[in-house]
Design a protein around this ligand. Sequence first.
Ligand code: IPE
Ligand code: IPE
Ligand code: MG
Length: 237
Amino acid sequence: MAHEPGFAKGLSIGIIMDGNGRWAKKRGLPRTAGHKKGAEVFRDIIKYCNELEIASVTFYAFSTENWSRPLEEVNGIMKLFGEYLIMAYDYEKENNRVVFMGDRTALSPKYQAQMNDIEEKTKNNTGTVLNVAVNYGGRQEIVRGMQILAQRVKEGTLEPEQITTEMVSDVMYTAGQKDPDFILRPSGEHRLSNFMLWQASYAEFVDMDVLWPDFTRGDLDRAIEEYNTRSRRFGGI
Ligand code: IPE
Ligand code: IPE
Ligand code: MG
């Protein structure tokens, strides 16, 4: 389908990359093969978001609950995270500002140092903001934010009644960013699974039947087209 130029410009999108395991199972492959293909798709979709001039895109890569998977799978995912995002991401060339969301202290010290370095080197980039959620949970993010505000109250620099919704947004990992316009979940599931709970307040939810490793640029076009048909009222009429 032909698009108006700039049909996606300025949008903020959240993507729950799901269905890697089912994709692999269908092919009689180990689950990690699905994660590998999923990581390749992830890299291509970032490039496409840059071309579309998306304002920000958040990829859910690993949740706080995903630690409950078999150790072999967890290790496989972590290895891919290192290969595909940390090592292969050409932050010298791309104009993305990269933000890692989640508790990185549970990751290897080497990864943590690389993540800090990528964030520092890309902080003044002006293209699509690329948020990568690793060891991320929406509830944990809110708790962390509450702890930051509680500390200010304890120090006497903030009164409890001065706390506003903007202040809470500013203690989320996405501080200063626009809330997602829509959250996309491939694989046919219809839930948030602890993703961007605070930011999702008025996000449209777009679910698609395609499994993430099969996801294409055309699927993203279709998701945006679907979003563009929605009527957002924000409580008004
Ligand atoms: C998403 O795919 C990747 C992660 C959660 C890390 P899944 O591994 O959840 O794939 P399914 O849902 O089992 O098919
Ligand atoms: C959500 O997918 C987490 C990520 C995509 C990283 P899951 O596959 O873990 O979610 P549930 O378990 O189906 O809710
Ligand atoms: Mg899943």
